[in-house]
Design a protein around this ligand. Structure first.
Ligand code: CP3
Length: 318
């Protein structure tokens, strides 16, 4: 959850010298950034330093990150025909630098700290591809989905094949778990999720699962979608803070792990309030096997390193 990000002074120092895309594209730097939070926080796993939008470059959509404005896609998908014209992408070749970063990070990590590989889910990727950047209401995405259903499903099919293969390739390069980020899927009604998204997420997760490592299926604002979201797959389901962990677990059912739940803004609260909230998540998990303590979404840049260190200590039993 952006554990290697701007809240870390070491990361900010590297960002003075290199753009975000440079850090991603240079495997030695990406591996170095991947290791930072393990060293600084003592977390139990490392997430590969990359971005879900990197596949947009080989897809020909064009990707830049403007300071303070988030991602910008230079050639967004606005016409149905574009979905059919996307070039084929071979993740091992076209995103080879990500595999190389995974190999380097996996080798450099202590043996008891697994590397997590990741990719964006078809819906979240499609939303960036169509909107051309971040959005609040997903108006262009939903309009495309409702008015061009054939092109929508073609786009989603292609993205599912791409990210499924990309995830499996990261596992072959050394990732010991994989995470599919469907960060913005909570903007959909349960019926739209089932009709327009579920089959494609299911395909991506099934392809990833062929690599025989555990797969985490993450989304935010999924409380009302959980039954179908879980139905799409995932050995572990990632949930945000809008649903209590025990309630989410009840909906997810037996046989799956669960991750997440702490509101990243809780890290900005006074220490006693933060501790109360961390212990509440742990109490709701009640020591059940399959619980992975995590934030419900990305660490905010204004977070103090000491607050995260305290959380790790409490979770580890301090
Ligand atoms: O430590 C880690 O979590 C691994 C690295 C990672 C990044 N992005 C690096 C990054 C991961 C897992 C992501 C995933 C990602 N990227 C998602 C899914 C997870 C989520 O947060 O919902 C999404 C939607 C993106 C797209 C993206 N990348 C956005 C919207 C932004 C801008 C956000 C902002 O706060 O400015 C990014 C930039 C980005 N990717 C940063 C990092 C560390 C921060 C920007 C920077 O360093 O300049």
């Amino acid at each position: 959850m952006r554990q290697a990000g701007r809240y870390l002074p070491e990361y900010r120092a590297l960002r003075q010298k290199h753009s975000l895309l440079e850090l991603c594209r240079q495997p030695d730097l990406a591996a170095e950034v991947t290791l930072l939070p393990v060293e600084r926080l003592g977390v139990d796993a490392a997430i590969l330093f990359a971005d879900i939008l990197l596949p947009f470059e080989p897809l020909g959509l064009g990707l830049t990150f403007a300071a303070g404005e988030g991602p910008q896609i230079t050639r967004p998908i606005r016409r149905a025909a574009q979905a059919f014209e996307l070039p084929p992408v071979d993740p091992v070749v076209d995103l080879g630098y990500v595999m190389q970063a995974a190999r380097l990070a996996a080798q450099a990590l202590p043996p008891d700290v697994p590397l997590i590989g990741f990719a964006g889910a078809p819906f979240t990727l499609a939303s960036y591809a169509i909107e051309g950047g971040s959005t609040r209401n997903f108006v262009l995405t939903k309009r495309f989905m409702y008015s061009e259903p054939q092109a929508w499903h073609e786009l989603m099919r292609r993205l599912a094949e791409l990210v499924g293969g990309y995830l499996a390739a990261q596992a072959r390069a050394g990732a010991r778990a994989l995470q599919l980020f469907d960060s913005w899927v909570g903007c959909l009604s349960p019926a739209d999720y089932a009709a327009y998204v579920l089959p494609h997420s299911r395909r991506a997760l099934a392809l990833a699962r062929q690599a025989a490592v555990p797969v985490i299926h993450f989304g935010t604002d999924t409380a009302t979608l959980l039954a179908d979201f879980v139905g799409a797959g995932g050995d572990v389901i990632g949930v945000d803070w809008r649903v209590p962990l025990d309630v989410a677990w009840e909906r997810i059912g037996p046989g799956r792990g669960i991750q997440g739940n702490l509101d990243p803004v809780a890290l900005l609260a006074p220490r006693a309030e933060l501790e109360r909230r961390v212990r509440d998540v742990l109490d709701r998990a009640a020591g059940r096997p399959g619980h992975i303590f995590n934030l419900g979404h990305g660490v905010l840049p204004e977070t103090a390193v000491e607050a995260l260190q305290a959380v790790v200590e409490w979770v580890h039993g301090g």
